[in-house]
Design a protein around this ligand. Structure first.
Ligand code: AHR
Length: 522
């Protein structure tokens, strides 16, 4: 039974105020999504980097997931899995963050260059005590970015590293001449790589050194000073930011270091808590499901609050909010290695991905990048691998469906939809949506989180004449369905013919628990 509520409370207030979507209540099973073509601001494009990925030395994300080495029997190109490369190319990955995460603040880059047999091994103390042989290092990462045609995003070691170490890493990668360039050339790479995104530490309030915000501000200012721009390379320097609701961290960083930073990060996981069970990835109640939708959407309130603190010190929004870790975090799958954080991925995760991307689209004035955690075999991954098999998750298909939104201009929407109160005292709209336009094409993506009921969605198109409407849908028979090894895919993008033009409006029968993208062309 749907429960109607009055429009009140922090979530709704924030939603009404933000750019992009105004939300009001409507009858259950009916919604209106009105594109406000008159309110399009051509400066509000969706940075492709919002579709960023994150590769960490954690479990089998790198080893087995992306990299099998050139001598592997698994089909590969210079050590990178062919199946995974092919799948990732379809996503048009714009940026890849590496090597962590918590791993970054224990990583010493000089261990990962030169002949493999000479590279020292280390214990990955953050993630299960696994032995790291450093066979995937700087060259392997930058070459992967070249293959994927994406920007590299390096996470530098502040917690257990030195200023000199980080400064020399930047020099090794980007300088044309000098001692570090000489070493790089001796290791087989003549030309420097380009490096734009440089993170100075990760979660510096926790696994990255347990700094106070005051102490980290000083460290940040010092470290970034010596990370130089060599030979025309221009670094975009990102300070390690807050987690979730830690507004004081943002305030102190912005007060003390705003002039030295280009970006400030934010981590937000859709997680039940940090102690005790986080819940199983594939077994959950309807109530758990709706709680998840509420928790995921709360990121909007969190973004609004960090943004408004940033605005005090940076009203012109020069500094980007970089959501460089986000996604669902469930219990590790039974029978997997503890500390490897391997989790399955259901239609519930797909809906979290869609709702989160919709939120990011609404805040492109401040959010310049987001990196879902992680690209393969860890938290809300695109890809799962087992030996030579590969599974594409429902989240992968959301990212694929959303590719037309990359670099497109936001179309603000007014949405009338039923609002439900969920556990945790949060208000969740039944229908969410995002829309954008690029190259004469309009893409409207709709989400219905109701587990049982379809919703009739009316989309008035004003005087926009859409000659052709192409529809695609991602849905599942059951919300806890997932794609698994050795089985036919249960969830993938299928054609959708439930949208019809009628008297200047699109009428859409939006199935329960579904994500639908409509592409309108003249
Ligand atoms: O994504 C897993 C871990 O979560 C990352 O290593 C860390 O930054 C965060 O706490």
């Amino acid at each position: 039974m749907m429960k109607k509520i009055l429009l009140k409370g922090p979530f709704i207030a924030a939603t009404m105020l933000m750019t992009g979507t105004a939300l009001t209540a409507s009858a259950a099973n009916e919604a209106t999504v009105t594109p406000r073509f008159d309110a399009i601001d051509s400066t509000l494009t969706i940075p492709a980097e919002i579709y960023g990925q994150f590769a960490e030395h954690l479990g089998t994300c790198i080893y087995g997931g992306l990299w099998v080495g050139p001598d592997s029997p698994i089909a590969n190109t210079s050590g990178y899995r062919n199946d995974v490369l092919g799948a990732l190319k379809e996503l048009k990955v714009p940026v890849l963050r590496w090597p962590g995460g918590c791993f970054a603040d224990e990583y010493h880059w000089t261990d990962g260059i030169g002949p493999k047999e000479n590279r020292p091994v280390m214990v990955n103390t953050n993630w299960g005590g696994t032995i790291e042989d450093n066979s995937f290092g700087t060259h392997e990462f930058f070459n992967l970015c070249e293959l994927l045609e994406c920007e590299p995003y390096l996470s530098g070691n502040v917690g257990s590293g030195t200023v000199e170490e980080l400064a020399k890493w930047v020099e090794y990668i980007t300088a044309e001449d000098g001692p570090m360039a000489k070493q790089r050339k001796a290791n087989g790479r003549e030309k420097p790589w380009k490096l734009k995104y440089l993170g100075v530490g990760n979660e510096s309030w926790g696994c990255g050194g347990n700094f106070t915000p005051e102490a980290y501000s000083n460290e940040y200012r010092r470290y970034q000073t010596y990370c130089r721009n060599f030979n025309g390379n221009k670094l975009y320097k990102i300070a390690s930011g807050a987690s979730d609701y830690d507004y004081n961290w943002t305030k102190v960083l912005m007060k003390n270091a705003n002039r030295q930073m280009d970006g400030l990060s934010l981590h937000y996981y859709t997680v039940a808590g940090w102690n005790g069970s986080k819940g199983a990835a594939t077994k959950f109640s309807d109530d758990d499901f709706y709680w998840t939708m509420g928790k995921c959407l709360e990121i909007e309130d969190v973004i609004n609050r960090h943004d408004s603190i940033m605005g005090v010190y940076d009203p012109k929004k020069r500094i980007g909010l970089i959501v460089d870790e986000w996604g669902t975090w469930w219990d590790e799958e039974p029978g997997t290695v503890r500390g490897h954080l391997y989790q399955q991925n259901t239609m519930r995760d797909a809906l979290v991905a869609a709702l989160s991307l919709n939120v990011f689209h609404r805040h492109t004035d401040r959010i310049k990048m987001a990196n879902i955690a992680q690209i393969a075999n860890v938290l809300q991954s695109m890809i799962l691998t087992k030996d030579d098999q590969m599974v594409l998750t429902p989240t992968y298909y959301v990212f694929k469906m959303y590719t037309p939104h990359q670099n497109a201009t936001v179309i603000p929407l007014d949405i009338k939809t039923d609002i439900r109160k969920v556990r945790g005292d949060r208000n969740v709209p039944t229908v969410s949506a995002t829309a954008s336009t690029r190259d004469g094409e309009i893409n409207i993506t709709l989400t219905n989180i109701d587990l049982n009921e379809p919703v009739e969605v009316n989309i008035p198109l004003a005087d926009v004449k859409a000659g052709k409407v192409k529809g695609e849908i991602l849905t599942a028979a059951n919300i806890d369905d997932f794609n698994d090894f050795g089985q036919a895919e249960k969830i993938s993008i299928r054609p959708f013919d439930g949208a019809k033009m009628s008297k200047g409006s699109l009428r859409v029968k939006l199935p329960a628990k579904s994500i639908v993208n409509l592409t309108l062309r003249k």
